[in-house]
Each structure stands twice: as C-alpha cells, then as structure tokens.
Design a binder for this molecule. Sequence first.
Ligand SMILES: Cc1cc2nc3c(=O)[nH]c(=O)nc-3n(C[C@H](O)[C@H](O)[C@H](O)COP(=O)(O)OP(=O)(O)OC[C@H]3O[C@@H](n4cnc5c(N)ncnc54)[C@H](O)[C@@H]3O)c2cc1C
Length: 291
Amino acid sequence: MIPVPFDYAAPRTVDEAVELLGQHAGAVVLAGGQLLLAELKLRRSTPPRLVDLRQIPGLRGISRHPDGGLSIGAMTTCAELVAHADVRAGARALVEAARVLGDVQVRNRATLGGNLACGHPAADLPAALLALEATIHVAGPGGRREIAADQFFVAPFHTALKAGELITEVRLPAPPASSGSVYEKFSHSHFYPLCGVAALVSLTEKGTVAKCRVAVTGVSLHPLRLRSLEAALDGQAPNASNIAAAAGKAGEGVIFVTDPFASNEYREHLTTVLAERVLARAVGLAAPPKA
Ligand SMILES: Cc1cc2nc3c(=O)[nH]c(=O)nc-3n(C[C@H](O)[C@H](O)[C@H](O)COP(=O)(O)OP(=O)(O)OC[C@H]3O[C@@H](n4cnc5c(N)ncnc54)[C@H](O)[C@@H]3O)c2cc1C
C-alpha cells in the first residue's frame, strides 16, 4: 500500500526537531524507519508530518565519560553498538541484545532510540538497558528531562514519552568492579523473542554477589526487572544451587501473557531457564576462572 500524504522535515538540531513536532498534532519522528515505514505503508500510522532525525549530528555516536559511563546517541544503530569497543567492554548485555535483533539489514538501520520509543513488549534492547540501569534522556516542548529505564516502559506500545518528546540519548553508568552482563533470547522466528533475559552481576572481594540486576522482555505487557530474583541472589555465593534457587523466583510478581505463539506457562518456564543461564554466564564474566 502507499502511505497517505505527509509533510516531511529534516531538522539540523534537536530544538528545531522539537519545534517541528510541536507544529503539527500527530507529527512523528523518523529514525531508522524499520518499524515506521511498514506502519506508514500499511496505513496503521497516518501522521501529518514526519520529522527525520538523520540530519542531526548530535544524536549519533558513542562517548565514554571519565568515570567509565557511556553516552549513546539515540540515532546510533544496532550495528554501531555491536562494533563499538567501549560498548563491548562496558555493556556486553547491550551488545548481545543488539547482535540478535532482526537481521543484518535491520541492524544496519534500526536505532537505539527507535527500539525504545516504539514500546514493543518484546523489543530486545530494553531488557539490556534495564539490567544495566540506563537513563533515557529526552527533549520536548517542556524542555529536557531524564527517565530511569525502569520507569520508561509503561504498557504495550506505550512509554513514558509525552506528546512532542523525542529521545536524545541513553546513558549507562560505569560497570561496577568485578562485574559481567549478558543477554539471551529464545524466539519462534529470527526476530522478536518469546522471551529475552538480560543480567548484570557484580561480586565482592569475597566472591559473594554485590549487585544483581535481571530484566526480561517478550513475556509480559512490557519489559521489566525481575526484582524477587534479584533480591534472592543479593549477598549470596553465586554457586549453581543459589543461582537455580534465585532463577526459580523469576516469575514472582510477573503477569505472563498468552498469545498464538506461546502460553503464559511456557513463557514463565522460558524466563526461569534463561534467567539461570544468563546469571551463570554473568557470574563467569565477573569472576573469570583463575589461570
Ligand atoms: C524484519 C524485521 C525484524 C525485526 N526484528 C526485531 C527483533 O528481533 N527485535 C527487536 O527488538 N526489534 C525487531 N524489529 C523492530 C525494529 O527493528 C525496531 O523496533 C527498530 O529498532 C526501530 O528503530 P528505528 O530506528 O527503525 O525506528 P523507526 O521505525 O524510525 O521508528 C519507530 C517508532 O519509534 C519512534 N521513534 C524513533 N526514534 C525516536 C526517538 N529518538 N525519539 C522518539 N521517538 C522515536 C518513531 O516515531 C516510531 O513511532 C524488527 C524489524 C524488522 C523490519
């Protein structure tokens, strides 16, 4: 199908983009187009104006702060995330999530901001960002603000973004000492996961768990942290039995959904299995075997 006619604008700054969005109720941002172009062609989205972010230099790129934290521009593509040395070194969970998102063509176009903003309940990158305790920076008619990742995902296809706001960047805190982070997903196709789980684990000098963050996507109304599991492993020795016991709590407090691809029971099972796997891998990275 052919999209309904729309006005097109390609601003050079974030402020200009915000102004252009504000001029037309229903105007939307265009990033990598991997979701939006299909929506336009199917006429599920009929915006009066597209505000193309690709000409705004400040929205792209990755920089490392002196404290080891990372700033990642909203227009950074999945392929760029996977290739970047600082992301690979400090945010492995995000690299592992970006690496399995869609296929090569999709990863070359799809952006970090687009994957978050679409609010898809099974999007891959949100799980990694929740585990890494990211902060999402946005700009809009009310100015600029920051939203913690665990406040950002609200309902299916619904985020904390207000009308006229756009994501400018994502900030990741420096990884804790002796830590590792990973992501794994299980899909019925090559694409969106039935279940994807990310974990970050850091260890004390004694080898007990100093911090554990685990998040899931694809199983509920939106990506979310698994707080009962996190609490169960906190302060414990990260051995196989404690990891299995903590993973057994993965489903506590989660409303698992059923759809034509999987039942809620199967999604809960996948969450437990993947949680155990990612925790074991994250612990292995946090405390590599001594030579
Ligand atoms: C074949 C195929 C396979 C896919 N497989 C997966 C998969 O396995 N896992 C997965 O998670 N996704 C998958 N996707 C979905 C898709 O790649 C992502 O959702 C994509 O990351 C969207 O980013 P984009 O830059 O292309 O956004 P666009 O399509 O340009 O925009 C998507 C939405 O986000 C809004 N938006 C974009 N950027 C911003 C911003 N900076 N601020 C505010 N709003 C913004 C747009 O207005 C639009 O509503 C797949 C898509 C395709 C076509």
